[in-house]
Write a protein that binds this ligand. Structure first.
Ligand code: FES
Length: 348
């Protein structure tokens, strides 16, 4: 299909029924996959999925909810997110907030951030019903661990990974509470579903209740697992309020504060045999992309994991809050982390 025909077909897709959309994607062999289809890292998911937007709604002020459908969507677990490739090529991460049992369908929600880096503005402005999207298979760095009880805390759009957790915890018969904070009720999505849970859910719209009260969290009993997704300040407060020894699980979609001074170092790209200089005022990712422009990346701020690569030799100055201790033993995030040794060898 020529590009012209494809554009015309996409414009008409909004008029198709959901069944027609499903059939259409199944017959679309020339669907345009992104340039990053073949990532160089063994850590990055190797394939892109394609899905159609079959529903676009606004569950709260400034929040866009999209339902994506495809026969190829892998299973997922509560807490998972997907990398979505926007029409401009920007890649953004969104938590899956639907039901894992609803196979063939993903639901995501996007908060509009007017003064952000552009991803949410593009999503709100260009992602319409009938459009095709590329996304990577779900990844989960915020797994719901089995526990007899949970204390969930969500701030704003941070409710998205928590929603499926509530359903899973309920199905497992666990005790749980949710403190859901936001600027105002009008800005807080999914209120009808949450209010149906009854007194286990405490709503804290700031224009009514002021700053969230974490007193109940301080009294969390032994065995309670704490989960929080929201702004940095909320996550810091939750971490501080949780009783000592209580596992606190945080989902970050904003960068951690940068630490440490930056010195130049060299990076050897083992597979290609080249050595590159990383200047003090640039990231390893920037330097690597001069040699390997297709090296995948997304947030450039150390929280999405797209630029994770294997380290074969050298000492890494890890500056992210994403990787586990195990992952740090042999990998790094190129966009924020640097070297404490003068030289690193990467599996690139
Ligand atoms: Fe997101 Fe590096 S690009 S962690």
């Amino acid at each position: 299909m020529s590009r012209t025909l494809k554009v015309a077909a996409l414009a008409g897709a909004a008029l198709l029924t959901r069944r027609a959309l499903r059939g259409r994607i199944a017959r679309s062999p020339l669907w345009p996959l992104p340039a990053l289809e073949t990532p160089v890292s063994g850590y990055s998911p190797r394939r892109w999925l394609r899905a159609l937007i079959v529903s676009r709604t606004e569950p709260a002020e400034g929040v866009l909810q999209l339902v994506l459908e495809s026969a190829d969507l892998p299973p997922w677990t509560p807490g998972a997110h997907v990398d979505v490739r926007l029409p401009s090529g920007l890649i953004r991460q969104y938590s899956l907030c639907g039901d894992p049992a609803d196979t063939g369908r993903y639901t995501i929600a996007v908060r509009l951030i007017e003064d952000g880096r552009g991803g949410s503005r593009e999503a709100h402005g260009r992602l319409t019903e009938g459009a095709e999207l590329a996304l990577r298979p779900p990844r989960n760095r915020f797994e719901l661990v089995p526990a007899p009880s949970y204390a969930f805390v969500a701030g704003g759009i941070g409710i998205t990974p928590i929603l499926p957790m509530l359903r899973a915890a309920t199905a497992a018969g666990a005790d749980w509470t949710l403190l859901y904070c936001g600027r105002s009720r009008a800005s807080m999505p999914f209120l009808p579903e949450l209010e149906a849970y009854g007194p286990r859910v405490t709503l804290a719209p700031q224009d009514e209740t002021g700053l969230p009260d974490l007193t109940a969290l301080r009294a969390a009993g032994p065995g309670t697992a704490v989960y929080c997704c929201g702004p940095d300040g909320l996550m810091a407060a939750v971490r501080a309020a949780a009783p000592a020894g209580t596992p606190v699980h945080l989902e970050r979609f904003t960068p951690a504060a940068s630490t440490g001074t930056s010195r130049p170092f060299t990076v050897e790209l083992h597979r290609s045999g080249r050595t590159i200089e990383v200047a003090a005022d640039e990231s390893a990712l920037t330097a690597v992309r001069r040699e390997l422009p297709d090296t995948p990346y997304s947030c450039e701020q150390g929280f999405c994991g797209t630029c994770q690569h294997r380290v074969l030799a050298g000492e890494v100055d890890h500056r992210d809050t994403l990787l586990t201790d195990g992952e740090r033993e042999d990998s790094m995030l190129l966009c924020v982390s640097r070297a404490t040794s003068a030289h690193l060898v990467l599996d690139l």
